[in-house]
Design a protein around this ligand. Structure first.
Ligand SMILES: [Zn+2]
Length: 461
């Protein structure tokens, strides 16, 4: 998410917490009454009895490996083919928001029992090997960034609205990564749909997106590693795209060379998203991340979203509480990359802007804690403020001032190379910094990330 998409700015465009409390597991189990054929209903799941009919069973622990979507924009009919890792469990649960499920079948087309609990579904999985589930469903369009919107034609499912688009899991836990495929039909002939057809690496469920408009491509060239960097702008936005992308290719190159190889494809870039004037910022929909049209000319926003390819997406969050591992890290890295690629004047302007944001937190009573000491207990929309962004960036800046900026680059790379494609937490980052530099940053993290106030002295203790 963008550094500038603060709740203040988001409030007018409708991102508000919408708690959807999950039924207690016991109630879900008591409510098992398969709706689909293949079961006579009512029989409790009994793995020990070989002839027991397969029943829909709640299990939120299943590991999703792959999510392949075929979506028709006109009829709103869709198919999600989801591959689950092998498990001893015969159940699988997903968030389905307001999807209307028509059927759930296995890879051979055989119907599987499922229970539609409203905004969640429990499925009976026939095999304990790797399993394929095929969901046929209809989705609804939403305003206010809670799934797919038809006008403007784009999606935004962060943080936990993917269930309004396809069966997924993010509400309590963002850690489970999935590969993706997406095929859209019903795109107007006069428009261009920008979306990835395949994402081979494990990605957060909210990473997938599309945007449809009258796009023109601006080619920014190729990185040392061979990645094509582009921008997609709308009519009358060429100047903004040129300004916002001035150091985007070089910054992406610096990320690849400094942190490690990019995971999500060989063509990447910023897509001008019609978010409206109330929404300034971007969203890390790699490999084609969205930047709100009003922010398209802002270099820091473009590079910030690019950096999420390494932190937030490349390494996923273990818990929503680790949000600063994504946002604090990329806020620091956007300034770091643009210092290297854009020079001292640009660097100064970015840190001046961060300083104004820090002062904003100070004026606002300190901004609260950036890194809560829990996992899965905090609603991300309650934690979503500028605090994890700006205090996170200043934490890294203080660490760089203490161990050296190059030593911190090396530690960030070591962290990425160890955890890429997986989920990790902020404590893993502290451990990596200590392992790589020989210096324990815990007290500095306490000062910047665990304290509600803004420190008067910016440096590590
Ligand atoms: Zn962000």
């Amino acid at each position: 998410m963008s550094p500038d998409a603060t709740p203040t700015r988001l409030a007018p465009i409708g991102i508000v917490p919408r708690m959807r409390p999950r039924l207690p597991l016991l109630l879900v189990l008591l409510a098992v009454t398969p709706l689909a054929c293949g079961d006579d209903g009512g029989a409790p799941p009994d793995a020990a009895a070989p002839d027991a009919p397969l029943a829909a069973t709640a299990d939120w622990t299943r590991d999703v490996l792959d999510t392949r979507l075929a979506i028709d924009l006109l009829s709103r009919e869709a198919t999600a083919t989801i591959t689950l890792a092998a498990s001893a469990s015969h159940g699988a649960s997903f968030e389905i928001g307001d999807l209307e499920l028509a059927s759930v079948t296995d890879g051979d087309g055989a119907a599987l029992p499922f229970v539609d609990n409203g905004d969640t579904v429990d499925v009976g999985v026939a095999t304990t090997d790797e399993a394929t589930l095929v969901f046929a469903y209809t989705f609804r369009y939403h305003d206010g960034f809670q799934g797919a919107d038809d006008n403007p034609a784009l999606t935004l499912t962060w943080p936990y609205y993917c269930g309004n688009l396809f069966p997924c899991k993010t509400h309590d836990n963002p850690a489970d990564g999935t590969a993706f495929a997406l095929e859209l039909t019903g795109v107007p002939e006069t428009k261009v749909a920008i979306y990835p057809h395949e994402i081979a690496a494990a990605s957060p469920p909210y990473m997938l997106a599309w945007a449809i408009a009258a796009y023109t491509e601006l080619d920014l060239g190729t990185t040392t590693a061979g990645t094509h960097v582009k921008m997609w702008y709308q009519p009358n936005q060429l100047n903004a795209a040129t300004a916002g992308g001035a150091h985007l290719r070089d910054s992406f190159d610096w990320f690849e060379q400094t942190l490690g190889p990019y995971l999500f494809g060989d063509t990447v870039g910023s897509v001008s998203a019609t978010w409206g004037f109330g929404a300034y910022g971007g969203m890390e929909h790699h490999p084609f991340w969205h930047v709100g049209s009003t922010a398209l000319g802002d270099e820091e926003v473009n590079v910030h979203e690019a950096a999420h390819g390494w932190f937030g997406n490349g390494v996923r969050l273990r818990c929503w509480e680790d949000f600063t591992l994504s946002e604090g890290t990329v806020t620091y890295l956007a300034a770091r990359a643009l210092t290297v690629t854009g020079g001292p004047v640009l660097a100064q302007s970015i840190w001046d802007a961060y300083a104004a944001r820090l002062q904003g937190l100070r004026d606002d009573g300190g901004g609260g804690v950036a890194w809560p000491d829990s996992c899965g207990a905090v609603d991300i929309l309650d934690l979503f403020s500028d605090t994890p962004y700006t205090k996170g960036a200043y934490f890294y800046r203080a660490v760089a001032n203490h161990v050296g900026v190059d030593a911190l680059d090396a530690a960030l790379s070591a962290f990425y190379m160890r955890y890429r494609g997986e989920a990790a937490g902020m404590q893993d980052m502290l451990d990596t910094i200590e392992a790589e530099t020989g210096w324990d940053p815990t007290a500095c993290a306490t000062k910047w990330l665990r304290t509600a106030e803004v420190p008067a002295d910016l440096e590590c203790p």
